[in-house]
Design a protein. Structure first.
Length: 159
């Protein structure tokens, strides 16, 4: 959950974007934006749709898709494709900066870490570029899957 200041700021940014691009400012679009900013961590289109239903917001899937496209376009939502053949995941762009994604290549589980593996000093060393935020993807095998891999190997050895 992000604070009121960020929620108001993103709403103002969205209004500016919709006005500039001559898109309609519907209450549904604002409800979707506000709902997204109440979600911690990642979501996909299905989990967003379901959590909106749970919160008693009735929106059609096409409105949801269409609004997500607008939110991506104006930079209020970030899209991730963590692995080939997995559903795209999304997260809010503000109030959520500087975290890394640890992705298991076996089960596809995604964890977030804010260990800040890159320091402010390292970011400043990037030449001719001002960093706004960063997001790293670290691929590997989670402990559950590496256990499963070992078990499988043992079974093969015994044969
Ligand atoms: Zn795994
Ligand atoms: Zn994330």
């Amino acid at each position: 959950m992000v604070n009121e200041k960020i929620r108001k700021q993103v709403k103002d940014d969205f209004t500016e974007y919709l006005t500039l691009r001559k898109h309609r400012k519907t209450s549904e679009r604002y409800a979707i934006l506000d709902h997204i900013y109440s979600i911690d961590g990642h979501f996909n289109m299905d989990s967003l749709y379901n959590s909106m239903l749970e919160a008693c917001f009735r929106v059609s899937r096409s409105t949801l898709y269409n609004t997500i496209e607008l939110l991506l376009d104006c930079g209020l939502v970030v899209k991730h494709q963590f692995g080939a053949g997995t559903a795209a995941q999304y997260e809010r762009a503000y109030g959520n900066e500087n975290h890394d994604h640890i992705i298991c290549v076996d089960c596809g589980e995604v964890r977030e870490t804010s260990n800040n593996l890159i320091s402010e000093d390292q970011l400043k060393k990037i030449r001719k570029f001002t960093v706004s935020y960063y997001s790293m993807y670290i691929y590997g095998v989670c402990s559950k899957c590496s256990y499963a891999r070992r078990m499988k190997l043992n079974r093969l050895r015994r044969k």
